[in-house]
Design a protein around this ligand. Sequence first.
Ligand code: ZN
Length: 176
Amino acid sequence: MSEDARDGGPAAAPRGVPRAAPSEAQLAAIYQELILDHYRRPRNKGALADADATAARTNPLCGDEIALAVAFEGDVVRAARFTGRGCSISQASASMLTGALVGLTRPEAEALVRRFTALVHGDAEAAADASLGELRALQGVSRFPARIRCATLAWSALGEALQTLQARPAASGSSG
Ligand code: ZN
């Protein structure tokens, strides 16, 4: 029965401590801006004439459409482009995907699909993975299950594109 009824004022932040790290609200604002920037000025949007693999996905729940095209140089992604329309999350995610994909090997791209999918499903380890870079801007969708499909649409298309690529015999050509 020894409840101390203390004055319930808000705990004051220690003075003199530099506020280097942005607050959660600030991060959310930054991420929101990043998503909107990719939505308004999508990177790598348009047709890719010499694509090695393509795949398309739709999200009827939201009206999102994404068609993804990837071109390889050997086993490394040389170019990735997308076309589509839909909500800001779906289009920004596709824009970010194409940027993150170039330069990756096929296994690296597959690993990134898995990593990103974990991220938007709320995986804490993925959320702390700095190597995901600006893709982490989309981690917030894990709190909105209806939007997860929007965020993963392009990635689902990428997974399919990589699979169709693997189903085909490797292109002839010497390595190196
Ligand atoms: Zn959507």
